[in-house]
Design a protein around this ligand. Structure first.
Ligand code: SF4
Ligand code: SF4
Ligand code: SF4
Length: 394
């Protein structure tokens, strides 16, 4: 009997799913099982879009279609939490299972605090995550570092600290830290991200903790909730998956990878935040960078914290760009304590304004001051508590 807090290696009992799955097909089989048994109404996943650099969200209700979501697509800039709020917000009663990266999960928690998502209805499969690469960067690495035509790549992945491509002449890889010593690498918010294993989910899944001989054959699963344990036990009884206990060696490997990813994230935070550390520098840089703004509002629409909020039209004059700096100040102040460093406001900004860098730097300072960490649980943001206090509601 599996319980909350247990850790297991799992793989699919279905040979075809094992073949198409990234790590023994355990997640694919569990998603299919949850759909077949009516435990969920739909699965929100990601499938290959135009090419391997283009992950596309897909809502699946037919278990036969689950195979579309098998495997990993580390390129692209998708944030699945926005799919819940932008497209499914009139279906809050729909029970959905979803494999989610740390930023997707954190976004869902922030949306749930704002009544845009009902977490009781989301069965969360958290994925350990080393980061993602934009499609443009992935293509550039493929051409400039591998000397390969990006349109001939069959599969791209981030595995064991390397960016890996499969193409007609075989497999090639380059360590991520080697790429990041030059001008290549992961999205800048991913370099700073510390949500490497999202344990505020039902099941935290991935390949961190596998011994070398197990790679590609098993998924490491950490059971983070009673609901996750119940799903695993039902799937085991039905013979859908098989599990075995991880030995100390696997647990040590998992800890070592997670610790080294955290150290890398701390290093990048230091490098990125250091130039902002003096308040005057920061303000001057914010004013200078935002002076390119064309007032497209993408940073407001794309943000899971601001999603659905009223755009700060009052601080802008129709037909005039750039907007006054107050536009950005108001936006920053509304998201400052709840920024989850998902990077959406930066990578989708048509003027390359480093919005997420500014937001993340402030959020980390507020975390240190008030101990509030956005996206990790349902606790209320520090600034909201202060507003309640001022209104005499505390
Ligand atoms: Fe992964 Fe973190 Fe980047 Fe999200 S922000 S893709 S969880 S590294
Ligand atoms: Fe994501 Fe930017 Fe919003 Fe922060 S401010 S949560 S990085 S979109
Ligand atoms: Fe300005 Fe960029 Fe935001 Fe558009 S996305 S409003 S250009 S800061």
């Amino acid at each position: 009997m599996i319980s909350k807090g247990d850790m297991v290696y799992a793989f699919s009992s279905d040979a075809r799913i094992r073949e198409i799955g990234e790590s023994g097909g355990a997640i694919t089989s569990l998603l299919k099982f949850a759909l077949e048994r009516g435990i969920v109404d739909a699965v929100l996943g990601v499938e290959k879009g135009y090419d391997v650099y283009d992950p596309r969200p897909v809502l699946i209700t037919d278990p036969a279609d689950i195979a579309k979501t098998a495997g990993s697509l580390p390129c692209g800039t998708l944030l699945l939490s926005k799919m819940f709020s932008n497209y499914l917000d009139d279906m809050l009663d729909l029970k959905i299972a979803a494999p989610l990266k740390g930023c997707d999960v954190m976004g869902l928690y922030e949306l749930a605090k704002r009544d845009r998502v009902n977490l009781d209805n989301v069965l969360m499969f958290g994925l350990n995550c080393s980061g993602s690469i934009t499609p443009a960067m992935a293509r550039r690495i493929t051409v400039e570092k591998f000397g390969v035509d990006p349109d001939t790549v069959i599969n791209a992945s981030i595995s064991r600290g390397c960016f890996v491509i499969d193409h007609e002449k075989g497999r090639e890889s380059i360590p991520i830290d080697e790429l990041e010593k030059e001008v290549y690498g992961r999205r800048s918010n991913c370099r700073r991200c510390s949500m490497k294993v999202p344990r505020q989910t039902d099941l935290a899944c991935g390949n961190w903790g596998l011994t070398p001989d197990m790679f590609g054959k098993y998924t490491f699963i950490e059971v983070c909730s009673d609901r996750g344990a119940e799903l695993l036990n039902k799937a085991l009884d039905a013979g859908v998956i098989q599990v075995k206990e991880p030995g100390q060696k696997g647990l040590d490997i998992r800890k070592r990878i997670e610790d080294s990813m955290q150290r890398l994230s701390d290093t990048w935070r230091g490098k990125d935040f250091e130039p902002l550390n003096q308040s005057r520098n920061r303000l001057e840089r914010m004013i200078e960078e935002t002076s390119r703004c064309i007032k497209c509002y993408t940073c407001v629409d794309a943000c899971p914290v601001l999603s659905g909020s009223k755009k700060p039209y009052l601080t802008t004059s129709p037909g005039k760009i750039p907007p006054r700096f107050e536009f950005h100040l108001i936006r920053y102040s509304h998201v400052a304590d709840s920024c989850i460093d998902c990077g959406q406001c930066e990578e989708l900004c048509p003027m390359d304004i480093p919005n997420s860098l500014f937001m993340h730097a402030i959020a980390v300072e507020l975390e240190e001051m008030y101990g509030y960490h956005a996206g990790v649980d349902m606790s209320i943001p520090a600034i909201a508590l202060m507003e309640d206090f001022e209104r005499g509601e505390q």
